[in-house]
Design a protein around this ligand. Structure first.
Ligand SMILES: Cc1ncc(COP(=O)(O)O)c(C=O)c1O
Length: 394
């Protein structure tokens, strides 16, 4: 049969038609516990009443005008988001990749204005920054790049969580303008760097006049137990990118900047037809207000600890489980073997989970997950892992 969709995704054989909180229902009326939230997107859960009401009202008022005009909802979101993040200014795009494109352009323009001719951006092995040409070039995963050469130039890659490598690059390269780094690598396997890593990157950037650009597209919006993951280290970035959880599923991306970086772009330097339109901005403003009102970042911190502890208890003594790690509701269970089969097995058991970096079970449940759902998740994943490992042994 002719498939009208390009074959870019290997999709699981299920179609969801409805959601509520942490639950999804398929076309047969079967219920699933969503421990992935559309990959860290629906932090407030599905069909959150505040988001639904805001979207319905906004759709009846105005969905789109153009950035040729003042957009009150964009201005309002800008105020709320800069206050929430401690950043000075924001550019709105439509996705994570686009938010990172804006950051890359901003870093280059900033460097050119300072007389750096061919500015380089330091990026990390194992990183993921998106699928556009510049962002896949920045991404530290050859699979994402293969076949799309020539890649965009100007990225200098070093291992993640390796200060010595960054310092060597700093000593050997004159033209570095910025570091682009995830505070916790998501697609790379829930890799949490050493406690001093971000503060040391911050100090190095300050010493060299580089911009510290944090990709918080997966880690942001309360996911790790604080509004933004870098807040666990007490530092502030010069540039931060957001998308995924920002509007609970309405496409939006944001490139925020602070200090001198906030004044780099002028008229004509960057733009987007849809970026920051009234509908998306209204959704994002509602998300931030709801996160704050319901204390969902703190809830994610507590629930994350509970899940980590629960998984450790349930999976302890299994030598095939290499590590159980996480921060807030961004959790990884690393096995000693590829385990992508757990995803369809989870689906069959009514549980939506993900496997990344081949061996890491990734859990990104909605921040509204309740205690009973947490228990289901703990038991469900522990059973899946037990059955998977028992099957592999035969
Ligand atoms: C850290 C990070 N950066 C960027 C992106 C790209 O975002 P998008 O798919 O919205 O372009 C992702 C998506 O997985 C991500 O996890």
């Amino acid at each position: 049969m002719h498939d009208p969709l390009m074959a870019t995704y290997k999709r699981l054989p299920v179609t969801f038609v409805r959601g509520e909180g942490a639950w999804l229902w398929d076309t047969d009326g079967r219920r699933y516990l969503d421990a992935l939230s559309g990959i860290a997107v629906c932090g407030l859960g599905h069909a959150h009443p505040a988001v639904r009401e805001a979207l319905c009202e906004q759709a009846g008022l105005l969905i789109h005008t153009s950035n040729l005009y003042q957009i009150a909802e964009q201005q309002a979101l800008g105020e709320v988001l800069t206050a929430y993040s401690g950043m000075d200014r924001v550019f709105f795009a439509n996705s994570g990749a686009e938010a990172n494109e804006a950051a890359i352009k901003l870093a280059r323009l900033h460097a050119h204005r300072k007389g750096v001719k061919e500015p380089g951006i330091l990026v990390m092995e194992g990183s993921f920054h998106g699928r556009t040409l510049a962002t896949l070039s920045a991404t530290g995963n050859r699979k994402v790049q293969a076949g799309f050469e020539p890649l965009v130039q100007g990225f200098v890659r070093v291992p993640y969580d390796d200060m010595a490598a960054v310092e060597t690059a700093a000593a050997n390269r004159q033209n570095i303008a910025a570091i682009l780094v995830e505070p916790i690598q998501g697609e790379g396997g829930i890799n949490i760097p050493a406690a001093g890593y971000l503060p040391r990157l911050r100090a190095l950037c300050d010493a060299h006049g580089w911009l510290l650009m944090l990709d918080e597209i997966q880690t942001g919006m309360g996911r790790t137990g604080l509004p933004f993951a870098h807040q666990h280290s007490g530092i502030q970035p010069d540039v931060m990118t957001l998308a995924k959880g920002l509007a609970n599923g309405v496409p939006i991306g944001a490139c925020l900047a602070r200090g001198a970086a906030a004044d780099v772009f002028g008229p004509g330097n960057h733009g987007s037809t849809f970026g920051g339109n009234p509908l998306a901005c209204r959704a994002a403003r509602t998300v931030i207000e709801t996160l704050t009102r319901e204390g969902l970042a703190g809830r994610a911190a507590a629930m994350g600890e509970y899940l980590l502890e629960g998984f450790r208890r349930r999976l302890e003594g299994r030598p095939e489980v290499v590590d159980i790690r996480g921060r807030g509701l961004m959790l990884g269970i690393e096995l000693d073997r590829p385990c992508a089969d757990l995803v369809p097995q989870g689906l069959a058991a009514g549980l939506l989970i993900n496997v990344t970096a081949e061996r890491v079970i990734r859990l990104l449940p909605p921040l509204i997950l309740d205690e009973a759902q947490a228990e289901l998740l703990l038991d469900g994943v522990a059973d899946l892992v037990g059955t998977f490992l028992a099957g592999a042994a035969h």
